[in-house]
Design a protein around this ligand. Structure first.
Ligand SMILES: *Cc1c(COP(=O)(O)O)cnc(C)c1O
Length: 238
């Protein structure tokens, strides 16, 4: 554990505010805040700052890029902390990341799911995954279209090296509270509908949605994981 004096007070204040916002969003809709995992998104953030967040109680981090994560990992104090891959994954990077993270949230094709499964079986492990859904069918974004989701799940449900634990989405930038809640509630409905079908080897336990600009609304609409970067670490410097 780091000395308190080495912790950036702004980081600590940001984290407190994000936690309070999650709690008040839960209270507003009668949810238990323990049902919501705050995932600190650490892309572009240097290991020392990530370790400060961990010292402040962050228990889950999210990284977008395989290379960046693997470079930083030796410097991270990850005991008891989950690291998830949340960025688009190319098949040729699968070999490097399987076994290095506790979940891959951004699976959106049979091909990548198969590659993760095969690699996991070789390594003697099962990799928990989420399927990324492109709710608004944005051409620029990865993710499977909502109306293709069930077909994808049918194609991957018997891949025994993966365990589908839920869904993830990165919606377009939403402006009004109404817009945000509308998109997130549609996503929640999809999550519930798929869960009700009880497909073999497919569980709908985790719903990962909500980022710095909209995690409050995501929590109100049923997110179990919110992925928050800049509201914790400040604006990213690329
Ligand atoms: C960067 C990123 C986030 C966090 O974004 P912020 O707006 O900084 O909170 C969440 N999810 C994904 C997939 C990201 O790439």
């Amino acid at each position: 554990m780091k000395e308190r004096s080495s912790i950036d007070p702004i980081l600590e204040g940001n984290l407190t505010l994000v936690r309070e916002t999650i709690e008040s969003a839960c209270n507003a809709v009668g949810r238990d805040a323990r049902q919501v995992m705050l995932q600190a998104v650490t892309k572009t953030v240097e290991p020392q700052r990530i370790n400060q967040a961990i010292a402040l109680g962050v228990r889950c981090i999210g990284e977008n890029r395989v290379q960046e994560f693997l470079e930083k990992k030796p410097y991270l104090t990850l005991d008891g902390v989950e690291a998830h891959l949340i960025g688009h994954l190319q098949t040729n990077k699968v070999k490097q990341i399987v076994g290095e993270v506790s979940m891959i949230q951004s699976v959106d094709s049979v091909k990548v799911a198969k590659a993760i499964s095969d690699r996991s079986l070789q390594a003697g492990i099962t990799t928990p995954i989420l399927v990324e859904v492109n709710m608004e069918n944005e051409a620029s974004k990865s993710g499977v279209a909502a109306d293709e989701l069930e077909r994808l799940l049918h194609e991957i449900h018997n891949f025994s090296g993966i365990h589908v634990r839920g869904l993830m989405t990165v919606p377009p930038i939403l402006r009004t509270e109404y817009e945000k809640r509308h998109v997130f509630s549609k996503m929640f409905q999809l999550f519930v509908d798929i869960g009700a079908k009880k497909l073999d080897n497919i569980d709908m336990l985790e719903l990962s949605m909500g980022m710095s600009g909209d995690y409050r609304e995501a929590v109100m609409e049923g997110a179990t994981i919110v992925r928050v970067g800049s509201a914790i670490f400040g604006r990213r410097q690329y």
